[in-house]
Design a protein around this ligand. Structure first.
Ligand code: NAD
Length: 313
């Protein structure tokens, strides 16, 4: 059984633990918060049970028994092929954690960060083992949403990226490689553009927040759950992508010309969007709805696993 060290047992760290435990890796958890660390194995076992209800895991208690906790950061690195850092999204914390990881882990251990938007060169430059450091950015929660964006710093060894890709693919994730560093990587840059336009349209009174959401969940998002935007437009003109661009390119240029200004993200506009959506949920409602969301995502993952694929070759 290969070993993975999970540093940080918040939302993302626990979901990563689920991914590796169900693939029968030996999973070692560590977190600076002792209470959070003590609670984590049961929470991960519960999430494995939920996957079992959707037929995505065979033996949830058996998979949960792959998980243990470590008494220190250094102990967590012992024998690990991969460390998945999922601590706070602050560059000074990542600098400190990666310095400790680089000092403690064996030279062939890959050190990956879940960072959502901080590129690896901002916290690995001074490390002796900087060639084995990279970003492996998941989407919340990675045990039911498979994408992992791999992005090395300029000094990351190509072999480390290739090995990381092999590992994440082998535990059932879908990897992409971001070929050069860019803040926010690919997914969050795409999300940023979509959200800016959504906030513009709702904030300027063109549509309610609820109706805008329907255009994605009952419109664009239906196709996007199994095809990307490029694959989508290929089918929207008989001659494929170039035909689509000739037919609609000029119109789309006109629609996307307006720049994203600071007003879109200022407090007043954010408040207009929040007011359009309605009363803010309580912490209990957020927790309850998160369970509902993860369960629906597990159902969708089960459906997509069994759905026929179109092989273009
Ligand atoms: N939440 C998301 O939607 C999402 C999605 C993709 C990636 N990420 C990234 O994953 C990482 C973790 O995010 P999260 O949402 O799980 O955060 P979180 O706040 O839920 O969890 C962070 C964990 O780190 C622990 N921690 C804090 N300081 C520490 C330290 N010095 N050493 C060890 N552990 C420490 C905390 O106790 C906590 O358990 C961040 O880099 C974030 O950007 C988050």
């Amino acid at each position: 059984m290969p070993t993975v060290g999970i540093l940080g047992v918040g939302l993302i760290g626990r979901a990563w633990a689920n991914v590796f435990a169900r693939a029968d890796w030996d999973v070692v958890l560590w977190d600076a918060n002792e209470e959070a660390l003590a609670r984590a194995p049961q929470l991960i076992a519960d999430s494995l049970e939920d996957l079992a209800r959707h037929g995505l895991v065979d033996d949830a208690p058996g998979k949960a028994s792959n998980i243990r906790t470590a008494s220190s950061l250094a102990a967590m690195t012992d024998g690990a092929s991969l460390i998945q850092e999922s601590g706070p999204e602050r560059v000074e914390v990542k600098l400190d954690l990666f310095a400790q990881l680089d000092a403690a882990a064996a030279p062939d251990t890959i050190l990956a960060s879940s960072s959502s938007a901080i590129v690896a060169s901002r916290f690995t430059e001074e490390l002796a083992g900087r060639g084995r450091c990279l970003i492996a950015h998941p989407v919340n929660p990675p045990h039911v949403v498979p994408i992992v964006e791999l992005c090395g710093a300029p000094w990351t060894d190509a072999a480390a990226v290739a090995r990381a890709r092999e590992i994440y693919d082998s535990v059932g994730q879908t990897t992409i490689e971001v070929k050069k560093e860019v803040d926010g990587f690919i997914l969050n840059r795409m999300q940023a553009v979509l959200l800016a336009e959504a906030f513009r349209l709702v904030g300027q009174g063109y549509v309610t927040a609820e109706d805008l959401d329907k255009t994605i969940k009952d419109g664009l998002g239906r196709r996007w759950s199994f095809m990307g935007p490029v694959e989508t437009i290929e089918l929207n003109a008989p001659g494929g992508i170039m035909d689509y661009c000739e037919r609609y390119g000029e119109t789309l240029l006109g629609l996307s010309r307006e720049p994203v200004t600071e007003e879109i993200w200022d407090r007043a506009n954010c408040q207009r969007v929040a007011d359009s959506w309605g009363a803010a949920p309580t912490a209990d409602q957020v927790a309850e709805k998160t369970v509902w969301r993860d369960s629906r995502l597990a159902g969708l993952a089960a459906h997509l696993r069994d759905a026929p694929r179109y092989d273009k070759d």
